[in-house]
Design a protein around this ligand. Structure first.
Ligand code: ATP
Ligand code: MG
Length: 320
């Protein structure tokens, strides 16, 4: 993926101002350059680690709202700033695996083996090739059958939770505590997403700043309440991320206002703008943080991750 033409694939750590994007983001180039210089500047600021592992499920049954983009880029930004991060790809599409540069063709050891065969998570965790401090569990197309196969298995809703708890305890025991776990869900509220809800404490909901953004959100919130009532009392929505925000349109501003009115302080102040670089990065098997660190998409996910890391994770609706 590297060549001699200065392709984005060459961008290496430590990042330098040379990696600043020429993307037309709306920011004046000098502002983007200054932001990237502050961000990279040769040394990277390490954010304080949480006092215990935070497990977030990135969910929205609506398709294409930015779940995967949010999961992998928040994960990359967190790991870049000193956090130990595990990404679990729980979507048969395997988009998070692609974005993290992991093999995920049929037959690769994956989250399917964990859920269906009861294999330990440690057996299928892979290091991300570009991001030190980030490991991930790939998903393969086998997972497409798991929704049905899970139905007849014992503890069908808590198979991921069991595997994850064991993995986290083992990591802790050897002094390698994981700080953040981000679980990327498929666009449905089936048993895979239920497994993610049972395994997590926090729900992170990406909301696309488009017309139908809030449709279906009630169903998602009711599912979280049901899981909370019956399977996982700790579960709560802690974080809302506004995605694909186009500052030039009134519609985006209206959607953002409505979401902020409803969810208050749960909504990250940073809205992720539309950025071509964000959509290009996965085709290079990369997150935007290595593909184009100075782009508006990269800078905004770093800011969003900074906010996330600065919170406790115990934020709840109505407590702001
Ligand atoms: P699915 O429901 O299929 O899992 P998703 O919710 O995970 O989708 P993504 O795959 O993250 O959504 O994003 C959908 C598409 O939009 C992808 O092509 C992605 O590259 C693109 N995209 C996501 N966020 C942005 C953004 N901020 N700017 C531009 N393109 C984006
Ligand atoms: Mg996805």
């Amino acid at each position: 993926m590297t060549d001699s033409t200065g392709s984005p694939g060459e961008v290496a750590y430590p990042l330098t101002v040379a990696g600043v994007s020429r993307e037309t983001s709306g920011d004046p180039p000098i502002a983007a350059a200054a932001a990237a210089a502050r961000l990279t500047g040769g040394r990277v600021e390490a954010w304080p680690r949480p006092t215990r592992t935070r497990v977030l499920t990135v969910a929205n049954q609506k398709g294409g709202v930015g779940k995967t983009t949010t999961a992998v880029n928040l994960a990359a930004a967190l790991s870049r700033h000193g956090q130990r991060v595990l990404v679990v790809d729980l979507d048969p599409q395997g988009n998070a695996s692609t974005a993290l540069g992991l093999e995920h063709h049929a037959g690769v050891a994956s989250v399917y083996d964990v859920l269906i065969e009861g294999r330990p998570l440690a057996d299928v965790v892979r290091p991300s090739p570009d991001l030190p401090g980030l490991v991930a569990v790939p998903a393969t197309i086998d997972l497409a059958g798991a929704e049905i196969e899970l139905v007849s298995l014992v503890a069908r809703e808590s198979r991921l939770e069991r595997a994850l708890s064991r993995y986290l305890a083992d990591q802790d025991a050897v002094g390698d505590r994981v700080d953040f776990v981000l679980i990327d869900c498929p666009p449905s509220l089936g048993l895979l997403t239920v497994n993610a809800f049972v395994a997590a404490r926090e729900v992170c909901i990406p909301i696309q700043c488009e017309y139908y953004a809030l449709e279906g959100l009630g169903q998602l919130l009711r599912s979280v309440e049901l899981i909370q009532a019956h399977l996982n009392p700790e579960l709560h929505v802690s974080t809302i991320v506004l995605t694909m925000h186009d500052a030039r349109t009134r519609l985006a501003a209206q959607v953002a206002d409505e979401v902020r009115r409803h969810f208050g302080a749960l909504v990250l102040r940073t809205a992720v703008p539309r950025s071509v670089r964000l959509s290009e990065a996965p085709s290079y098997g990369q997150t935007v943080l290595t593909y184009d660190p100075g782009s508006s998409g990269s800078l905004s996910y770093v800011e969003a991750a900074r906010e996330l890391a600065g919170r406790t994770g115990e934020e709840r609706e109505g407590t702001s």
